[in-house]
Design a protein around this ligand. Structure first.
Ligand code: PMT
Length: 406
C-alpha cells in the first residue's frame, strides 16, 4: 500500500451518491488510499464497478455473501485512519444512532477503531426533522464528527440545508482529520524510479533488482502533500496507481532524455531509479548464438543523469540516492560533491531486509550541512522524511536569497 493514510468511504443510498466516484478520485489524487463500503440502496445510484475502478480496490458491498471472509467486519476494522460516511442518509444516520448493524457498512462502523465523519445529505425538510436532528445529536455525543450540509438547491428542487458539501471541501476536512500536511502545494517534483534495462540482443539485457517501491513511495507522498508530480520510471515490479502521472522509459539514455525535458520546469528532482552506468557498446540485431569458449561484452558509459542535472540546476533542489555496500557517510559526501546534489540518501544494498525490493529501507541523509540516520523504516515513512528535508533545503535557499530576512 503506497498511500500514507487510508480512509474507509461509506456510501449510502441518496441521490448525492452519484458524486462518490469523484470524491474517491479527489481523495486518491491527494495521496489518500480509499476503500469503499456501500449499502444496497447506494447501488441504486452508483455501481460497485465504478467505485472499484476509481478506488482500484475491491468494494465492500452490503451482504456477507459477496465477501470471501465472513469476519471481514472485524478483520478490516483496524485498517483505516479515518472513516467518512458520504452521503449519509436519514435512514443510515438513524441506524448509527440506534446501534443497528444489519449490513456490512453499519456493522463495520460499530467495530471501527478510527474517527468516523458523517456527512448528511438529504431533502431540507428531512434534514430538519426532529428525528434526524436528535439522531445527529446522539452521534455527536458519541464522538462522531458531523459535517454540516450546505445550504442551497437540493436535487429535488427544494432550497435549504441538505446538500452534500463541495467535494474539495470534504477532501480538505478529511486531510485535516488525518493530520496531513499540504506544504508542497504549487511545487513541481520529478521522481525517477525502477530499473533501467540495456539491451544486448533482441531477447537479453543488463539490469538490476530495483522494484521501484522507493520511488513510488516518494511520488505518492509528494502528491499527498499537494505537489504536482511526474514519475519517470524504468521497469517496475509494482503497478503504478492511475492517479500518479507517469512516463515509462526503458534505457538510461531514454531516462536521461525524459528527465532533461522535465527538469527545466520543476522545483525538485528525486532520483531513486537504479540506472545502469554502462550499456553494451553494440546491440546485436539477432539473438547471440552459443559458441565455444569465452565471450566478452564491450560496455560503454551511459550518461550520468543526476550529475548532468546537478550541473544544469538553477532553482532546483537535486536529490540523489546512493546504492552502497560500505562507508555510507564518505561515499554519500563524495556523491554529493561529484553530482552537485543537495541531498544524497545512502542505502546499504548488501542487506536483504532493506533497499532493493523490500518494503523497508534505512537511509543516511547527507547534505552539505549535516548527516542524519533514519533507522530502519517503511519506505512510505522514509518518503515523508526525504520530503521534510526537501522543505528544509528550500527554506534555506529562500533564507540565503533574502539575506536571512525570511
Ligand atoms: O526500487 P527499490 O526496490 O525500492 O529499491 C530502492 C533502491 C535501492 C533502488 C534506491 O533506494 C536506490 O538506492 N537508488 C539509487 C540506485 C543507484 O543507481 O545508485 P548509484 O549509487 O549507482 O547512483 C547514484 C545516483 O545517481 C542515483 O540517484 C542514481 O539514480 C543516479 N544515477 C546513476 C547512474 C546514472 N547513469 N545516472 C544517474 O542519474
Amino acid at each position: 500500500m503506497n498511500s500514507v493514510k487510508n480512509v474507509l468511504l461509506g456510501v449510502t443510498g441518496g441521490i448525492a451518491a452519484y458524486r462518490a466516484p469523484e470524491l474517491v478520485r479527489l481523495l486518491r489524487k491527494s495521496g489518500i488510499g480509499v476503500r469503499v463500503a456501500m449499502t444496497k440502496n447506494a447501488e441504486l445510484f452508483v455501481t460497485p464497478m465504478t467505485l472499484e475502478t476509481v478506488s482500484e480496490r475491491k468494494v465492500w458491498r452490503a451482504g456477507w455473501q459477496e465477501q470471501e471472509n465472513p469476519l471481514i467486519h472485524l478483520t478490516e476494522s483496524n485498517d483505516y485512519d479515518l472513516a467518512l460516511i458520504a452521503p449519509a442518509t436519514a435512514n443510515f444516520i438513524g441506524k448509527l444512532a440506534g446501534g443497528i448493524a444489519d449490513d456490512l457498512l453499519s456493522t463495520l462502523v460499530l467495530a471501527l477503531a478510527c474517527p468516523v465523519y458523517v456527512a448528511p445529505a438529504m431533502n431540507p425538510r428531512m434534514y430538519s426533522n426532529r428525528a434526524v436532528v436528535d439522531n445527529l445529536d446522539i452521534l455527536k455525543k458519541r464522538g462522531f464528527i458531523v459535517i454540516p450540509p450546505e445550504d442551497g438547491e437540493t436535487a429535488c428542487g427544494e432550497v435549504g440545508e441538505g446538500r452534500l458539501p463541495q467535494l474539495p471541501k470534504l477532501v480538505e476536512i478529511v486531510r485535516h482529520g488525518l493530520g496531513l500536511k499540504s506544504d508542497l502545494e504549487g511545487v513541481k517534483i520529478v521522481v525517477t524510479a525502477g530499473r533501467t534495462e540495456e539491451p544486448l540482443d533482441p531477447v537479453r539485457y543488463l539490469s538490476n533488482r530495483s522494484s521501484g517501491k522507493m520511488g513510488l513511495a516518494i511520488a505518492a507522498a509528494a502528491q499527498g502533500r499537494g505537489a504536482e508530480v511526474i514519475l519517470i520510471h524504468g521497469i517496475m515490479s509494482k503497478r503504478i496507481p492511475e492517479n500518479i502521472k507517469s512516463m515509462p522509459v526503458r534505457t538510461a539514455r531514454e531516462m536521461y532524455s525524459a528527465v532533461s525535458n522535465a527538469f527545466a520546469g520543476c522545483d525538485a528532482l528525486v532520483m531513486t531509479a537504479a540506472v545502469a552506468d554502462y550499456r553494451p557498446a553494440e546491440i546485436a540485431p539477432n539473438k547471440i548464438k552459443k559458441k565455444e569458449g569465452r565471450r566478452t561484452i564491450e560496455l560503454t558509459e551511459n550518461p550520468d543523469i543526476l550529475a548532468s542535472m546537478g550541473q544544469k540546476k538553477t532553482k532546483q533542489i537535486v536529490i540523489g540516492f546512493a546504492a552502497e555496500t560500505e562507508n555510507a557517510v564518505n561515499n554519500g559526501r563524495k556523491k554529493l560533491l561529484e553530482k552537485n546534489a543537495d541531498l544524497i540518501c545512502v542505502n546499504d544494498v548488501s542487506r536483504l531486509n532493506i533497499g532493493f525490493d523490500s518494503d523497508f529501507n534505512e537511509l543516511t541523509f547527507v547534505t552539505k550541512q549535516s548527516v542524519r540516520q533514519s533507522g530502519k523504516l517503511a519506505k512510505r515513512i522514509l518518503a515523508e522524511k526525504v520530503l521534510d528535508i526537501f522543505v528544509e533545503l528550500t527554506s534555506e535557499v529562500k533564507r540565503t536569497a533574502t539575506g536571512g530576512n525570511e
